[in-house]
Design a protein around this ligand. Sequence first.
Ligand SMILES: [Zn+2]
Length: 271
Amino acid sequence: MRALVLSACGAAALAASLCASAADKPAPGSLDDALAVMRSHRFVDLTHAFAPGIPHWKGAPNETVKTLYTVGKDGFRINEYCHIGQWGTHVDPPAHFHDGLHTVDQIDPKDMLMPLVVIDVHDKAAKNPDYILSVQDIHSWEQRHGRIPRGAFVAMRTDWSKRWPDDKALANKDAAGVFHYPGWSMPVLKLLYEERGITASGHETTDTDPGAATTKDDYSLESYILGTNHYQIELLANLDQVPEAGALVWVTFPKVENGSGFPARVIAVVP
Ligand SMILES: [Zn+2]
């Protein structure tokens, strides 16, 4: 009996604490409310349109588009698009580099809507095209906006997307054949993925690794990200039109069965 009384008291205490925490935190509103809030904000498309001839990885063939049916002749229009998965603004799933890890169709839809964190180093990249992101860049952001939220999408802003669609300007190759474009760094990626628990990351350049590394076919930073079973987005656009903090980002792409990459549509909702 005594035990029963104690457990009843425990239940009452638990209920009281639940009520207290519910009172502290307002209940989330309806989805209608959420939609109204979202629609009252500005949407920014972080995606380049793709077509044959856009900049692409040196080892990939160009896109081809074939018209199979036309409105004039057939009453409807159907094109056949032939391109590699890593085409234009695109998603790289873990399986792009690691057999057995998630393919495009295995990415959880809940990991496609996230708080958007923008690490803005465009001034530094303008002065030094070989700039690599430093842990201090992350700490500076956190001093201004607080700790990077768990589950965030972290984008590196370099304004490199303004070079699109000029392939030569994006690659920025010198006379010795060395690429000069900015990239991430291992200490930053480890901090973001292992300590902050972010969901995904992205950048405006063709690669995660800086040009100096990719010149030597060193893609170790990309391999690290994908090896954590998280995805990334490459060739983002318009990061100069979104704030460093406070936006949301939707990352969408078709559900390719066993897919190793595909063009993505990435949209920010800006406060
Ligand atoms: Zn890629």
